[in-house]
Design a protein around this ligand. Structure first.
Ligand code: NAD
Ligand code: MG
Length: 390
């Protein structure tokens, strides 16, 4: 039996992972499930999957979790350190599906155990890519991509030599506002930004898709995962979300990965890698789909893409600043304090503030320094939000 843990088990990726694991209950020994506020879901899944431990991020919910698990034999724990401890329990495969920078420390803890880490939490690569990669190397742990684009690239690279790779193209649906007049974006509401044309995902990543901050983070994620130069990575708007990524080779060939917009494909690929197993995803009927379309991304509509390129150029801890500022600006938009376009403006302000002098950016990439820079960037972003909110 394979020992598996799911960090962020109650979220969209976590639930899709559980869907796959629950189909073959005898194949998996579930070690840890973690969540935050949704105690009912966490306890229900922990009972059903007979997990060793269930952990909520919120200390004050420990009693609720204990009550919900009474008589099940599942251990209950709470708090951020308890999540990292659960991630450090010996497991063969760990799904990293916490949203935001909160996923970094637990992901590192799993890598330090030598576990295979299936990485949905792109924020950890954006904040601390080199630290993640070096930790994996030191502990002979493996990182597998779960983000659909990166899983697609990973699959297109099977058997290939990285030296033959000329470029990597990641696609973007364009999110909720792809076809809106640019001048209307300033007034986009939370509800409008929270609905995605193709994918059913958590609210934060859905809004990040509308602003393209999600794709901006994926540009950085691509650079870290595959070790290519920023100029080798392209974003292509592809409204149908059928082709997830393409890899271009020196001989001019483009290998495209085509599949339905269902995260269970990428999760299942990481779960069964290096083999392929039956997965309960739709089979595409391309004759019925008829046409696929593509267009170049507009950087006026989506300034986040330009900011990601600046972050890659800056290097060091600029990614941690970028992510923290983005998370705080997103909180501000969700809370109704700032408008949709203010998110990119705030992230740009914070990057400018914290890049000269470069002291923070050039600090060694340790978990402590990433946390420090993250904290400062959140403070700067909060100040910028208050300034804009008047
Ligand atoms: P979600 O909001 O649906 O779920 C997030 C999970 O993290 C929940 O289990 C929640 O309890 C937990 N969580 C939230 N805050 C926490 C904290 N402070 N400490 C510990 N746990 C916390 O998010 P999601 O859409 O499943 O996304 C999860 C990750 O996967 C994100 O990094 C996202 O960018 C990435 N991802 C998601 C999709 C998708 O289709 N949903 C696709 C690609 C990548
Ligand atoms: Mg993606």
């Amino acid at each position: 039996m394979r020992r598996v843990s799911i960090l962020g088990a109650t979220g969209s990726i976590g639930q899709n992972t559980i869907d796959l694991i629950a189909r073959a209950p005898n194949a998996y020994d579930v070690v840890a499930l973690t969540g935050a506020g949704n105690i009912e879901q966490l306890a229900k899944d922990a009972r059903r999957l007979k997990a060793d431990v269930a952990v909520t991020a919120h200390d004050h919910l420990l009693e609720d979790l204990r009550t919900a698990l009474e008589g099940s034999g599942v251990e209950a724990a709470a708090g951020t350190p308890a999540i990292a401890e659960a991630a450090a329990r010996p497991a063969d495969w760990v799904m990293s599906a916490i949203v935001g920078a909160a996923g970094l420390a637990p992901g590192l803890a799993a890598l330090q155990q030598g576990s295979t880490l299936a990485l949905a939490n792109k924020e950890s690569l954006v904040c601390a890519g080199q630290l993640m990669l070096s930790t994996a190397k030191t502990h002979s742990a493996r990182l597998l991509p779960v983000d659909s684009e990166h899983s697609a690239v990973f699959q297109a690279l099977v058997g290939e030599d990285m030296a033959a790779v000329e470029r990597i193209i990641i696609t973007a649906s364009g999110g909720a506002f792809r076809d809106w007049p640019i001048e209307d974006l300033a007034n986009a509401t939370l509800d409008q930004a929270s609905s995605h044309p193709n994918w059913d995902m958590g609210q934060r990543i859905t809004i990040d898709s509308a602003s393209m901050f999600n794709k901006a983070m994926e540009l950085i994620e691509t650079r870290e995962f595959f070790g290519v130069e920023p100029k080798q990575i392209e974003v292509l708007v592809h409204p149908e979300s059928m082709i997830h990524a393409m890899v271009g080779f020196r001989d001019g060939a483009l290998m495209a990965h085509v599949g339905p917009p269902d995260m269970r494909h990428a999760i299942g690929y990481a779960l069964h890698w290096p083999t392929r197993c039956d997965l309960p995803v739709a089979r595409l009927d391309l004759a019925e789909i008829g046409q696929l379309s593509f267009r170049a991304p507009c950087e006026t509509r989506w300034p986040a893409l330009r900011l990601a390129r600046e972050v890659m150029q800056a290097g060091g801890l600029a990614g941690a600043v970028f992510n923290a500022a983005k998370e705080t600006a997103l909180d501000g938009f969700i809370a109704g304090q700032i408008g949709f376009n203010d998110m990119a403006a705030i992230v740009e302000d914070v990057l400018t503030q914290m890049s000269a002098p470069r002291g923070h950016i050039d600090a060694t990439m340790s978990l402590d320094n990433v946390a420090k820079v993250d904290h400062l960037a959140r403070q700067e972003a909060t100040r910028a939000i208050h300034k804009r909110a008047g």
